[in-house]
Ligand binder design. Structure first.
Ligand code: CTP
Length: 222
């Protein structure tokens, strides 16, 4: 009997840190909790999970392969390497949109008064991933100030992901969250609750859509 393929899932999670000098960095408030819950749930669902994590204060779940990144550039390299080996990517990483244009050498002394720090834009890693010919099935995460479905749908289009998850700033650092899953045609479903219960719901919905594209991952959540 033919063995069914085990789904290879990559979950990127947590903030990037962009160096200002040897001791300081630019980052954001992402806690990584939602991403870790997604990784754990995907593993429980029978997937082979790689967790690509930025610097967060969380213990990775058992049974997942862990890769670490700090800067956007680290994550870009990691995606180049891992995307072709993945069937499905959950792009939860809170990638910095800007980085200091040039990191200062050593530790910049405090004396010297004001300091204007020129920032340079980082590449849009999700858009790069979406533009790959051999791209996996990609789920983006749209973080909005307000419940702005139109903005999330535009991002899904520009970044060419298969599904987009809308959430708002209220989820950041909180125990609970509210998510809305979107496809090109618009709303699929939404859910509010603890991050772990939302992760279970989300992984189940995403696996269902993935299978709907003719793929047959092994394992399923009840
Ligand atoms: N993302 C990315 N590379 C970036 C910025 C964001 O890959 N440089 C990804 C995130 O991982 C997420 C998705 O793009 O899956 C949406 O991120 P979000 O912060 O909501 O959107 P931005 O593209 O940063 O746009 P804006 O800040 O204007 O909302």
């Amino acid at each position: 009997m033919k063995r069914r393929k085990v789904l290879r899932v990559l979950v990127t999670v947590g903030p990037t840190q962009e160096p200002i000098d040897a001791v300081r960095f630019l980052s954001n408030r992402s806690s990584g909790r939602m991403g870790y819950a997604v990784a754990e749930t995907a593993r429980e669902a029978g997937c082979r999970v790689t967790l690509a994590t930025g610097p967060v204060c969380l213990t990775p779940p058992d049974g997942v392969r862990v890769l670490r990144f700090e800067t956007t550039q680290d994550l870009a390299r990691l995606l180049e390497r891992e995307a072709p080996r993945s069937d499905l990517v959950f792009m939860l990483a809170a990638v910095a949109d800007w980085r200091p244009a040039r990191a200062a050498r050593g530790k910049r002394p405090r004396a010297g008064g004001r300091w204007a720090l020129p920032l340079a834009p980082t590449p849009d890693l999700l858009a790069r991933l979406g533009a790959r010919r051999d791209r996996p099935f990609v789920v983006g995460f749209s973080l909005e100030e307000r419940w702005n479905r139109a903005r999330a749908l535009r991002k899904m289009d520009v970044k060419r992901c298969d599904l987009m998850v809308l959430n708002t700033l209220r989820s950041m650092g909180a125990d609970r969250t509210r998510l809305e899953l979107l496809e090109r045609m618009g709303h699929i479903a939404s859910r509010a609750g603890s991050k772990s219960s939302c992760a279970r719901w989300l992984v189940r919905e995403v696996l269902r859509r993935y299978r709907g594209k003719g793929q047959q991952p092994r394992g399923e959540l009840s």
